[in-house]
Ligand binder design. Sequence first.
Ligand code: ADP
Ligand code: GN1
Ligand code: MG
Length: 375
Amino acid sequence: MGDAQCTKIREAIGLLAFEGEPVSWERYGSGHINDTFRLICRTEEKEKHYILQRINHEVFKDPVSLMGNIEGVTLFLRERIEAQGGDPERETLNVIKAKDGKGYCRDSEGNYWRGYIFIDKATTYDKVRDPRDFYQSGKAFGRFKGLLAEYPADELAETIPNFHNTPVRLETFKEAVKADVCGRAHLVEKEIKFILDREKEASVVMDMLKDGRLSLCVTHNDTKLNNIMIDDETGEALCVVDLDTIMPGLSIFDFGDSIRFGANTADEDEPDVSKASLSLPLFETYTRGYIKGCRGSLTPEEKRMLPMGAKLMTFECGTRFLTDFLQGDTYFHVSRENHNLDRARTQLALVADIEKKWKEMEEIVLKCDKEAGFA
Ligand code: ADP
Ligand code: GN1
Ligand code: MG
């Protein structure tokens, strides 16, 4: 960590109302967007652990409204969790206020920072180590949807407009290909063709939203396995984290993004694309957990479209990674050459495999739905 960054971190720590004296901090987690640190403070009696995050304000243009969303949603979740006899300090994020009473602070360079209570004795996983964790994450994201069913969705700010609007993402991609600012388009002709060949399908879900066959609900929009904390003792999903993209959205996309990340037999950034494929057993595991967690709140049309949610989220994410590669890696954090290209290729290989396994996916959804007894 450079001196300049250390100074900014110190400044942010001084502005937020952490309990005790700061003792140490370290970079934490493997998110692609924010800068996350684990902070240790010490009071006379005990050690207190916190998450300290610099909000990426290049990506989130209005961090104040974003924190308004998070404060609103976490307070709402707190009440629901308390009413159900749960532990609100561990089962939802808890924002640490700034000393001026706001939910965030700003350093002298204009960066926005926030603090959360650190959830101890729980872990996020970058890869499914045990299918039970994946089942748990499905259940937790389904439950999350249910807990927020009565949240006033129209009060939520759209933190990234058109976040999961696949046709709009495709337009941005086409512009990036045309502009080709880094002269990289000739390296990815095959991938460009793969994406453009699927242009028609990219709008299927948005069309269903327009004609009322699907409707908006409060969604998380970034339902990767590493945004769920699993309790180290019980093995159960404890808390949904990374609430920056909570917005009105489509439940099938929340489902789909989990499949994209967790049911891939390869890591998201695996350079050897031949390793990428859809694990049908993991698809089944997550589907079972998600349908159960939703407790009957999915409409028949939503259930029918779950495989399409998985395909489109994978397609969209692959398109976004390739767009970023073409634009010079300015959006997602990268740590090696061709990182975004590897990520894009892996997503597109997964799309191709999903297409091959379509029928099986539909059958699995029907089977899990029947089993859950909500059909
Ligand atoms: P990003 O948007 O960059 O993905 P996240 O908000 O997901 O950032 O945080 C990155 C990682 O930090 C998470 O994957 C999780 O491991 C950890 N994390 C986030 N919030 C907490 C918390 N309150 N307690 C413990 N760990 C957390
Ligand atoms: C980003 O912040 P993180 O790493 O959880 C991205 C998601 C992508 C994901 C791909 C705000 O999520 O949309 O699906 O990377 N978040 C944002 O891993 O763009
Ligand atoms: Mg995250």
